[in-house]
Ligand binder design. Structure first.
Ligand code: MLC
Ligand code: AMP
Length: 454
């Protein structure tokens, strides 16, 4: 089956099939524009796409998919350090800019991509080092979207509304490719602002918890969502007070789902099932989960015992690009993917995510940020001698990034800007504390547990 049936001409088309901000196109118009892009990128080993929230990004990504060329979305606010890494590591031969002008990157020539090439390469942070390219196949994407359509009874009658970035799983795979696979209309609001969600009149809404928290802070916008069929939250834990407040303001219990760039969405509450605050539901069709304790033994499914959540199934990635070592490390000897998330599972199979095994992966506003990547960038500043980055609990962002830095003659504000400009905006520390020394143990390792805001 085609990956994107909406573009096959078989479904009734609409002039507003895909809308981004105040511009719209029909599926036929999208197909024509994307086919033109496909002609220009065909044969490239990979194509980087400046993934601003625009119709051009939609055309570029779909064009790459039509050409069978891996698309590598680049965050539009990424600075030179992040962008250069993504372009170099992915081997992208072209960068499609905001006007769809293909600019050569000077990497690699053009050949027909071998079968089994990834459809998408999404860059995501680990605890240390630079972001890794997660290779996602068409089959994994199709399996995930079909399972989600079943779980949420998502159909061509829906109008999907969201304003999430078009370079991560949530906004791109679910929020764009999902609509094109199911054949539902999509209204992307440019930014995920509560007033824009309210004005869009959708039946199905996607948001990260920070978006839902901001919707609840504007009760009038929240009430405007009462007529929607389904409000879905994911990418980070939805705080119970936000769940309760959404229910009170909209009359709706949000559906929570859990996933990762590497696994796509693996667990979700069902439209017809229970929606319990603090819980993310049951494994999707085609996905199996298990909990493993620190001793390597299975953990009881009793709702309170916790262990590392491991997953297996059709939605998993094909590996980290150029990183067979990291790919191998991500799996157990018996072939399960280690999520690094700590969870409990009820007797009825309902999953509850309780935290992460490593404190060095930070979730801020639904973005995954590796402490190591921010630390390395800070250390590349000539005035910085030592740096340690942590995530601190934050009511709106979930966690916020805080840095402790030993520096000579450089101001805290300048270091915030240095990260925002070199990496990307959401990776910037919201606060930088200049300190005389970092707490270290006898081995010289920074003791992050001793860092606390003073
Ligand atoms: C202030 N600003 C600065 C700044 N100080 N910008 C740069 N440097 C500084 N020093 C300005 C910005 O220009 C911006 O203005 C404004 O502050 C707010 O920007 P921000 O503070 O950076 O963003 P914020 O409001 O905190 O963003 C919240 C958010 C965003 C929810 C909109 O975090 C978001 O889009 N999150 C989605 C992440 C996501 O999609 N994750 C999915 C991962 S996939 P202006 O004018 O630009 O507003 C995954 C798998 C799964 O996890 O399960 O789904
Ligand atoms: P990313 O790599 O950006 O895809 O982030 C994946 C991580 O987001 C997971 O490993 C979880 O830690 C977190 N996450 C995603 N969805 C949820 C959820 N519904 N509840 C709690 N954590 C979540």
């Amino acid at each position: 089956m085609l990956l994107l049936p909406a573009l096959s001409g078989a479904l009734p088309d609409r002039p507003d099939a895909v809308r981004v901000d105040d511009r719209q196109m029909s599926w036929e118009q999208l197909t024509v524009a994307a086919t033109e892009v496909a002609g220009r990128v065909a044969g490239a080993p990979a194509v980087a796409v400046h993934a601003a929230p625009t119709l051009e990004t939609v055309m570029a990504i779909v064009g790459c998919l039509l050409a069978g060329v891996p698309a590598v979305p680049v965050p539009p606010d990424s600075g030179p350090a992040e962008r250069d890494h993504i372009v170099a590591d992915s081997g992208a031969a072209l960068l499609l800019d905001g006007d769809l002008h293909p600019r050569p990157t000077g990497r690699g020539g053009f050949t027909d991509p071998p079968p089994g090439e990834p459809a998408l390469i999404l860059y995501t942070s680990g605890t240390t080092g630079a972001p890794k390219g997660v290779m996602l196949s068409r089959d994994a994407i199709a399996a995930d979207l079909d399972a989600l359509a079943t779980a949420w009874a998502w159909t061509p009658d829906d109008l999907l509304v969201h304003g999430l970035p078009l370079y991560h799983v949530h906004g791109l795979v679910l929020g764009l490719l999902g609509a094109l696979r199911v054949g539902s209309r999509l209204a992307h609001t440019g930014k995920p602002r509560p007033d824009r969600y309210a004005a869009a009149g959708g039946s199905l809404y996607f948001g990260v918890p920070t978006v839902w928290s901001r919707v609840c802070a504007e009760p009038e916008s929240a009430r405007a969502l009462s007529g929607a069929r389904l409000l879905v939250s994911g990418s980070a834990p939805l705080p119970v007070p936000v769940f309760d407040s959404l229910r009170a303001l909209t009359g709706q219990r949000p559906v929570e789902r859990y996933g990762m760039t590497e696994t796509l969405i693996t667990v979700s509450a069902r439209v017809a099932g229970e929606r319990r605050p603090g819980h993310v539901g049951l494994p999707l069709d085609g996905v199996a989960t298990r909990l493993v304790g620190e001793d390597g033994q299975p953990v009881a499914r009793d709702g309170s015992a916790i262990g590392e959540l491991q997953v297996r199934g059709a939605t998993l990635f094909s590996g980290y690009l150029n990183r067979p070592d990291a790919t191998a490390e991500a799996y157990t000897a018996d072939g399960w993917f280690r999520t690094g998330d700590i969870a409990a599972i009820d007797v009825d199979g309902d999953h509850r995510i309780v935290g992460r095994a490593s404190t060095d992966l930070i979730k801020t506003g639904g973005y995954r940020v590796g402490a190591g990547e921010v630390e390395n960038h800070l250390l590349s500043h000539p005035g910085v001698r030592e740096a340690a980055v942590i995530g601190v609990a934050h009511a709106d962002l979930g966690q916020e990034i805080v840095a402790y830095v030993v520096a000579d003659g450089v101001a805290a504000d300048a270091l915030v800007e240095f990260v925002a400009a070199g990496l990307s905006r959401h990776k910037r520390p919201r606060r930088v504390h200049l300190v005389d020394a970092l707490p270290r143990n006898a081995m010289g390792k920074v003791q992050k547990g001793l860092l606390s805001e003073t």
